[in-house]
Design a protein around this ligand. Structure first.
Ligand code: ZN
Length: 237
């Protein structure tokens, strides 16, 4: 069992990744997680949207480095844990350097599934099309413009959205509560995209709002300045 304190003292990335890292290290075979936590040549770093540059000083020679994009913190928990598990899988499989080979990516995903991160993998697979759908940005723009008090009302859904292992059920509830069509109107400017794929657009709209709510929760009073990060959310690990 990997203690969160071990993770906190071990890795130099944004502390808001620590819960997700412990979750992943707890899910992989113990001999591997212990090796990773004890192997001083392995490190995890991250970068936030507002940071122009970072400098780290390591006490040990680093052989394996995982770099996490701080923007993924605004996505649901199991999306974040997928990215971490996927990158660790690359490392264990000795995939060196950045490659965009679908066969290599599949190998990492298969390893992740072998370790039992099915919810993580499926959360990522379900959410990726939403992030890429134009509805997501429409949701973000909508949420940034409405009064904060209205966002407070939506906060009740944030936990369910963030921690849901079955997003389909959560989205159904959110779509019911929000009634996207009455909010933005059926004749919205992105109608062309909506006609073929209306349900995905609506889900993406809701997803954009919820990601922005998570950004607001994590970043506090500066959240509006950081929402730009959401508008350029990452697509693939
Ligand atoms: Zn990959």
């Amino acid at each position: 069992m990997i203690d969160i304190k071990q993770v906190a003292t071990r890795f130099v990335c944004d502390e808001r990744f620590f819960i997700a890292i412990s979750h992943v290290l707890d899910g992989i075979p113990q001999n591997i997680s212990e090796r990773l936590i004890n192997r001083q040549t392995f490190q995890i770093i991250s970068m936030r949207e507002e940071e122009a540059g970072l400098c780290f000083e390591f006490l040990h020679k680093i052989k394996h480095l995982i770099l996490l994009n701080g923007r993924i913190l605004y996505q649901p928990f199991y999306y974040i844990t997928h990215i971490i598990a996927h990158e660790i899988a690359h490392m264990i499989l000795k995939h060196e350097g950045p490659k965009n080979d679908p066969a290599i990516e599949k190998e990492a995903d298969d390893q992740e599934l072998k370790w039992g991160f099915e919810f993580e993998y499926h959360t990522y697979s379900n959410i990726k099309p939403l992030i890429e759908n134009p509805g997501c940005k429409v949701g973000e723009f909508w949420a940034i413009q409405i009064p904060e008090v209205a966002l407070d009302n939506l906060n009740t859904h944030l936990k369910a959205w963030d921690w849901a292992r079955h997003h389909e059920t959560v989205f159904k509830q959110l779509l019911k509560d929000l009634d996207v069509s009455t909010i933005i109107g059926k004749g919205y400017v992105l109608k062309a995209e909506r006609e073929n794929d209306e349900y995905t657009f609506d889900k993406a709209f809701v997803h954009g709002i919820m990601a922005l709510l998570k950004c607001r929760l994590l970043d506090g009073p500066d959240w509006k300045e950081k929402y730009g990060a959401l508008l350029r959310a990452p697509s693939a690990p």
